[in-house]
Ligand binder design. Sequence first.
Ligand code: 13P
Length: 252
Amino acid sequence: MRKPFIAGNWKLQKTVGESLDLAAALKQETAGIDDIDIVIAPVYTSLTKVADLLVGSNISVAGQNCYPAASGAFTGEVSPALLKDAGCRYCIVGHSERRQLFAETDAFINQKSRALIDAGMGVIFCVGETLEERESDQMYDVLTTQVREGLKGISAEEMQNLVVAYEPVWAIGTGKTASDEQAEEAHAFIRGLLQGLYDENVAEATRILYGGSVKPDNVDGLMAQQDIDGTLVGGASLKAADFARIIHFKRG
Ligand code: 13P
């Protein structure tokens, strides 16, 4: 059985004070849950304070991005080791917003995954097709390339420190969630890719999260799918009550 993994990506939102308020509310709402991995990803400027607030809780903190170098003349960048030092356990890589708005390539995302694993961090590795790619029957090719190139050189053992997030670009921030069947189909395909790249054990053990307009009213159906092991939530992770309801998804 794969342990559910529910993550909130706060994107570019919330001051330090607002981040602390939300983290404190979530800490209360999730007290006592020990059978779900719960993760939140605030902006860089809130990380240390939020991480300090959550020490001893069952919520882990993630960075939203990193640069794949330990240190050096890289103005504006943050390394995996510094994220770890700030109290992060995970970092998101490959988010479609970074692929699209910041022209990040599969090779660069692969370097980030490598650097995070080398620094002892967990990786939330995102993939997903655009609407145009889906409608022109390129979805499977796109997912195959993103998974194969992004995970290049990551060993079967290292895959224990990585979760995959399938986020169809057309479902992000649009309120247009993939149907349970569409999401399950993509997840099963990605699991098949992992089986081909690694083996049955890695494919069965790796958690695959769904992201894209996950809300309190659609999480139960998504989480009931065989290959959906968690969610990566944007908008609905910004309100404690909504994110708490998503964490408390109904199990079949
Ligand atoms: P929304 O939940 O706002 O669609 O965002 C999804 C996402 O991009 C999470 O990383």
